[in-house]
Write a protein that binds this ligand. Sequence first.
Ligand code: C2E
Ligand code: MG
Ligand code: MG
Ligand code: MG
Length: 280
Amino acid sequence: KVKALGKNSYMFFKKEMTEKLKKHIEIERILREAITENGFKLLYQPQVCTYTGKIVGFEALLRLKNHSISPAVFIPTLEENGMIIEVGRWVTKEIINQIALWRNNGVDVKSIAINFSAKQLDDSNYITFLENELKKKNVESKYIEIEITESIFLDKKEETITFLNKLRRLGIKIALDDFGTGYSSLSYLTFLPVDKMKLDKSLCDKFLEMENIAIMDNIISLAHSLNLEVLAEGIEDIEQYNRLKVGGCNYIQGYLFSKPVEVTEVEKIYNTVYLEKKLP
Ligand code: C2E
Ligand code: MG
Ligand code: MG
Ligand code: MG
């Protein structure tokens, strides 16, 4: 089959593959090194209540300390090779340690959201691990929110529901991330044990740009009627914010308020109230 393409295209194919493979191997090496050399860090992005203008919590977002490789690239790699399980535990532990430190300094961050990959369901002791870390640091479960995406239900529906119910029984909130991408289906929402819906940036941009606002309003109303709170992600301008507020959206996360910030910045901004006049 390869021969039929001719020698040149075979060589081109081979060269391209080699480049891709080299890059992939290099990223894996960087990630493996980051695990052993403490090469990961977390940034924190505030989530703002549209009614009070207060920060109600932060989402923790993983970064490599010494490389500018995007999470959009390295998270899928971590998922493919299973390293996300170890890294996911590191993220969880780091957040709990940090919450304890903040609390000791009188910094009330209220809630930190952790991104949880479908692959991490393979970590069968994750919940026990999480519970133990909370106990060790004397941190209450109300500080933790777990973000999942709908893809987690694709092949492991029952397992996922059991997992989420366990977390909720512990007092941990669940957010459905990236709503409006991929498999989004409103019917999911009726049986998923979740507390919050995060509207993806692409959805917010599309509907507000097209002035197809009725659909957005209806998604928000539907979520509310199912007792879900709604957060809009990736909000960059004030017009979007104002319209989402009118539509009843509970929370906003986006560059309009703040990019994800370094851990040392959190204690400087956690008390900010984004009043109408003070909006950037
Ligand atoms: P996500 O969970 O949907 O996170 C939101 C993404 O949107 C973040 O990208 C954030 O920096 C970006 N964002 C927030 N506001 C704005 C805005 O106003 N404009 C624009 N253009 N972007 C905005 P980031 O940090 O690159 O993370 C990408 C994805 O990587 C995350 O998407 C999440 O799925 C995954 N990820 C990040 N950290 C972790 C982690 O610790 N564990 C796991 N499993 N996944 C993670
Ligand atoms: Mg997220
Ligand atoms: Mg998202
Ligand atoms: Mg995402």
